[in-house]
Structures are given as C-alpha cells and as structure tokens.
Design a protein around this ligand. Structure first.
Ligand SMILES: C[S@@+](CC[C@H](N)C(=O)[O-])C[C@H]1O[C@@H](n2cnc3c(N)ncnc32)[C@H](O)[C@@H]1O
Length: 235
C-alpha cells in the first residue's frame, strides 16, 4: 500500500498503465456492459461500490455510461483519492469517496449500501491474502441480495511449466492492442517482476475459492486472457 501513498507513483500509474496492460480496455468494456445489463434487469438498487477506485477513471465511466447510478468509491491512497475527487466532481452528489485500507477495513466502513453491484478493478491483488479475503467478505456483506460483484484483476501465474503459453499470449495480445507486456522472459524473471512491483495476486482457483468462502452464491471466471481475469459473483 505504501507506494500508492507516494503522489509520484500514483500519478505515474495513472498515466502509464493503459500502455502496458493490453487486456484492460477490452475487459473494461465488458465490465461496463455486464454492469449496465445487471442494473437494468435485476431488481437491485442502482448503487455501485468501486473497491480500489484509484483516480476514478472507471467510476467516471460507470456514472457517465449507466444512467441513474450513484457510486461509492473506496481507496487507501490519498493521492489517488485526490485525483478521483477532481475526476468525479462533475457528478456532484452521485459520487462519494471513502478513505480506507483494505487490510484493516471493517464492512461498516462501506456506508451507502446496500449496493446493487460492486466492482474491484486491478486493486485487490495489492493486498495480502488475508486482506483480499477480508475485503471480499466485506463486499459480500454490503451487496443487496441478487447484487453482482465483478472482480477484474491480475491473477498469479501458478503453473511454471506453462510459462511459454502465457508468453505467447502476452506477445499476441500486446501486438493486437499495440501495447507492451512487461512480464519477463522466464518464469523466474516473471515472479521477480511481480514481487518488485509489490503485487500479490492469487491464482484464478484461489480467487474463486475465496469468493465462495466469502459467501457468494454463484461464482464464475467469465473471461480470462493469460493472467488477466474477469470474475463474476452474485450474492
Ligand atoms: C492499480 S490501481 C487501480 C485503480 C482503479 N481501480 C483503476 O482500475 O483505474 C490500484 C488501486 O488500489 C488501491 N489499493 C491498493 N492496496 C490497497 C489497500 N490495501 N487498501 C486500499 N486501497 C488499496 C491503490 O491505492 C490504487 O488506487
């Protein structure tokens, strides 16, 4: 979490991430479409919780593209929240921000629910496994019955013998989206780069298990591209 408290690190991520994460744009388009359909079709409140909202770019899309929604964003980084405040200012009372560290956050901190949907985009892989589990349980607690949780995140490459498969995917997807995947040329190099960035992702299997343990009724990985996954779970 410390690096996110550094304004230079936070700003650099906000500026550089789109260029090094090939699947982000496609996954975000899917996430927004799924979220809109769910809020339009399920009998749930049009309130969205954005876990690890960062500088607010995903929240901005939710509020701009899905009519009649309100959003609560939670994040532990003051510089990211400061940028989010600026980004979301035009939406006035439709957006509210909460400053909390997921490692210590209690579900009661997530005020403004029950939420019809929650999203966590590239955020909880920064937490310890215990922090991830606590966060998932808190999200489940504040969702309305029938509420949908979309977890879009980096997953752990847990099968070293399949490194070559992932490497091929990074090359292909990188070329298709004109981005550069900085994931290493060997499994050891890959693990080192993940560690050096301070990322602590769980594997797809671990994330599915944690979601079920947190009490979600149905859980499914709805799109996985290499180590980037979009997982849907319903309360
Ligand atoms: C990679 S950014 C993603 C931001 C946003 N969801 C997006 O996709 O643009 C990760 C965010 O998670 C937040 N974060 C990381 N660890 C956290 C923790 N333990 N508690 C609260 N927020 C945390 C960071 O401050 C950062 O804003």
């Amino acid at each position: 979490m410390e690096e996110w408290n550094n304004p230079a690190f936070a700003r650099a991520w906000a500026e550089e991430n789109p260029a090094i994460n090939s699947s982000r744009r496609q996954h975000l388009d899917l996430l927004l479409a799924i979220l809109a359909d769910h809020l339009n079709m399920a009998q749930v409140p049009r309130r969205v919780l954005d876990v690890g909202c960062g500088h607010g770019v995903v929240a901005e899309r939710v509020l701009r593209e899905i009519e009649g929604t309100t959003l609560v964003g939670v994040d532990g980084s003051p510089p990211m929240l400061e940028m989010a405040r600026e980004t979301l200012a035009p939406f006035e009372e439709r957006a509210r921000l909460i400053h909390e560290d997921f490692e210590t956050m209690a579900p009661e901190a997530l005020t403004g629910g029950p939420f019809g949907a929650a999203i966590a985009v590239q955020a909880i892989h920064n937490c310890s496994d215990e922090g991830k589990q606590k966060t998932l349980a808190s999200v489940r607690t504040v969702l309305a019955p029938g509420g949908l949780f979309l977890l879009m995140d980096r997953m752990r490459l847990a099968t070293p013998a399949l490194f070559g498969v992932y490497h091929t995917i990074w090359q292909m997807v990188g070329a298709a989206f004109n981005t550069q995947q900085l994931e290493g040329e060997s499994f050891v190099e890959h693990e080192r780069s993940v560690r050096e960035r301070g990322d602590k992702p769980g594997s797809v299997e671990q994330n599915l298990l944690w979601l079920r343990e947190a009490g979600f009724r149905e859980v499914a990985p709805v799109q996985v591209v290499g180590i980037r996954a979009l997982i849907a779970a319903v309360r």
